[in-house]
Write a protein that binds this ligand. Structure first.
Ligand code: NAG
Ligand code: NAG
Ligand code: NAG
Ligand code: NAG
Ligand code: NAG
Ligand code: NAG
Ligand code: NAG
Ligand code: NAG
Ligand code: NAG
Length: 570
């Protein structure tokens, strides 16, 4: 991915902080915690979603379908949604069930990768969709109608910031967190080097030493995730106590107020065949509150995410169990691991001159203070392999550690985390918000969608609608306006594709831009609101509603016919 290489190059201008190593503090909330193993089974083969997820989704769907019904009615009284409030059985539905039983569609949102650009543009989409916001748009209410939300890389920063803060509004995150933290981004050398940031630097160093002292391999993803967390999470030491599994105990999760969150990452095959760069068929992993794992051939298994970090053999713990390895900053750092392409050891800084050090060297120094650099494995998100010696995980069963990278990198990079929903037959409609930088001006051009279609076809996944070639995508302007894919077949999901577009702000900012002034954060988010609402186009709310309900088997308002002509590609 071009932007990744550029990011790596950009980071070469980074400098390190040469603080003396503090004496490690006794306690750090970052270290994984050994616990007695539960008697329940922790690893399973990937046959359908877990009982826990299924139960969450049934409850969430009740609320989401009610919200969908109210929004549809607000758009056009003529919308029927006969079963929206009465049928909670979302677990087994598919499009062909609709005509007979009647069933509100299960909606998912995907937030793409692309650094802070993607995070902020994606935040604007949610702000535009969220009925809690003071400024209403014609599409306010869709956020409440979502059952799932997946994020990848920059999109995982957005999703983590939402769920890690118990699902506040985007306005609140914007005003109380991001305007300040992204302006004073710790990824900017002068800021990380400033005396004000020194306590953060030493807290991060203590965290990492504590994880190592607990017996775990450290990589540059530890400091990367920790530094990013200061911009995204709240609570002491950059949200150090937040874990992916802990999200299941937050109040808006236990009351089913929020869509089920999923963060994706890719497996590197370095330990299998020496290729660090993900190939087109790279294994797609997913992290969520209940589980971590992959549906893909060669892994085909999930582990209880709260027990990541535990050593397993053939699905059983080999000793005591481990918790708190699924630290949320480490997960979002893994999903945005742009360093895997280094594909080699990172030597120690060759100079004590602060100005000649790079970010990677600095992360390496935080990861392994005073050492001669970090080994090749240290550029990956490292996870003790829960599928070690697990029979169905033939691709990875021999390796003791999984090495993970950014979900949107590699030869046939896919910037949109659509994959989890091609495996979930209960999902009917995916709103794909693509904030990728495919073009020279940092806008999407369909490349990432096509890659997902091609990878799905190669893997025999039939729920992805056909995506045209990039020249067709661009010549028809599908990358500059919302487009619906899969309108006319019940065999696939419907994709509502919403690309980043510069309605009110030059939102094609570089993936390498690691600092936004408060006015830039606001400009990006406001532009995202316009993107959600198609720049205020009066027909858009109706057309979006028509697209969502197209295959429901319900009688649609007469205006839908015109919408389908305008928005349905196929
Ligand atoms: C969809 O539902 C129909 C009718 O209930 C059923 O025959 C079909 O097998 C289902 N398809 C899938 C992929 O579950
Ligand atoms: C898809 O399913 C709906 C509901 O059963 C039905 O009304 C519609 O005709 C089907 N469309 C196609 C193209 O088969
Ligand atoms: C609402 O919109 C107005 C006018 O565009 C703007 O001045 C105000 O800041 C917005 N409020 C919020 C909370 O975004
Ligand atoms: C989460 O809980 C808070 C406090 O109860 C509430 O204000 C907020 O709107 C909730 N979030 C969602 C998505 O409902
Ligand atoms: C991917 O493709 C390569 C080359 O075609 C093949 O060797 C490998 O087994 C495939 N599967 C995975 C998961 O890498
Ligand atoms: C150390 O850095 C200097 C200046 O960048 C460079 O000239 C020299 O070759 C480097 N030495 C090693 C051993 O990498
Ligand atoms: C689309 O984006 C890809 C990836 O950056 C680029 O290689 C290609 O040239 C672009 N094509 C068009 C037609 O914009
Ligand atoms: C959007 O981009 C186009 C093409 O670069 C440019 O002409 C236009 O002025 C931009 N609009 C805004 C609001 O920045
Ligand atoms: C945004 O804020 C920065 C720093 O405060 C300032 O330099 C810049 O001019 C502002 N940009 C706009 C468009 O107001």
């Amino acid at each position: 991915m071009v932007s990744v290489l550029v990011l790596a190059a950009h980071l070469l201008s980074y400098a390190a902080l040469t603080t003396a190593s503090p004496t490690p503090r006794a306690a750090s909330g970052y270290a994984p915690v050994p616990v007695t193993c539960p008697s329940s089974q922790l690893v399973r083969t990937a046959s359908g979603i877990s009982d826990a997820e299924s139960s969450y989704i049934d409850q969430r769907y009740q609320k989401a379908s009610q919200a969908l019904k109210s929004w549809l009615k607000s758009v056009d009284e003529a919308f029927e949604c006969r079963q929206c409030s009465s049928d909670g059985d979302s677990g087994s539905g598919n499009w062909s069930d609709w005509g007979s039983g009647g069933k509100a569609p299960v909606l998912a949102l995907t937030s793409s990768g692309g650094g802070y650009r993607a995070m902020l543009a994606g935040a604007g989409i949610i702000k535009g969709f969220d009925s809690r916001e003071a400024n209403k748009t014609g599409v306010s209410g869709i956020y409440q109608a979502l059952t799932y939300h997946a994020g990848l890389s920059g999109g995982s920063w957005l999703l983590s910031s939402i769920i890690g803060n118990n699902c506040p509004t985007i306005s609140s995150l914007q005003e109380n967190l991001w305007e300040t933290t992204i302006q004073s981004s710790l990824l900017v050398p002068q800021i990380l080097l400033s005396p004000q940031a020194a306590p953060i630097y030493s807290a991060v160093e203590v965290d990492i030493q504590a994880k190592r002292a607990a017996g775990f391999d450290i990589s540059i993803i530890d400091p990367w995730g920790r530094l990013l967390s200061y911009a995204l999470l709240s609570g002491p030491d950059g949200g150090v106590m937040d874990t992916m599994s802990g999200i299941a105990s937050t109040s808006n999760f236990t009351s089913y107020n929020a869509p089920y969150p999923i963060i994706t990452a890719l497996g590197s095959n370095r330990l299998i065949d020496g290729t660090c760069i993900p190939q087109p068929n790279a294994t797609q992993y997913e992290f969520h509150p209940y589980e971590f794992g992959s549906w893909d051939d060669g892994v085909d298994a999930f582990v209880n995410s709260g027990y990541l970090g535990t050593s397993f053999s053939n699905g059983a713990p080999t000793g005591s169990c481990v918790t708190h390895y699924d630290q949320l900053g480490y997960v979002l750092g893994t999903s945005s691991n742009v360093f895997g392409s280094i594909c080699g050891p990172v030597p120690a800084a060759n100079s004590t001159a602060v100005s000649s050090l790079t970010l990677v060297e600095d992360l390496a120094e935080l990861a392994a203070p005073g050492q001669p650099g970090i080994p090749e494995s240290g550029v990956f998100g490292l996870y003790p392999n829960p599928f070690h010696n697990y029979p169905s995980s033939s691709l990875v069963s021999a390796q003791p550690t999984l090495e993970l990278v950014d979900g949107g990198v590699g030869i046939a990079y896919q910037g949109n985390p659509i994959w989890p929903f091609l495996h979930r037959e209960n999902v009917d409609v995916i709103i794909v918000n693509d904030n990728s930088a495919d073009t020279l001006t940092n806008f999407p051009n369909g490349t990432e969608m096509l890659h997902t279609y091609q990878a799905a076809a190669a893997a025999g996944l039939t729920r992805m609608p056909v995506i045209p070639s990039v020249p067709t995508f661009v010549s028809k302007g599908l990358n500059q306006q919302p487009t619906f894919f899969g309108c006319n077949t019940n065999e696939t999901v419907t994709i509502i594709y919403i690309p980043n577009y510069n309605y009110t702000y030059q939102s094609g900012t570089s993936t390498n831009k690691i600092q936004y002034y408060a006015n830039e954060t606001d400009g990006m988010i406001s532009n995202g609101v316009q993107t959600a609402n198609r720049g205020g186009d009066a027909d858009w709310p109706l057309c979006l509603a028509c697209g969502i309900m197209k295959k429901s088997g319900e009688t649609l308002p007469s205006g839908c016919a015109t919408c389908f002509k305008e928005y349905c590609f196929n």
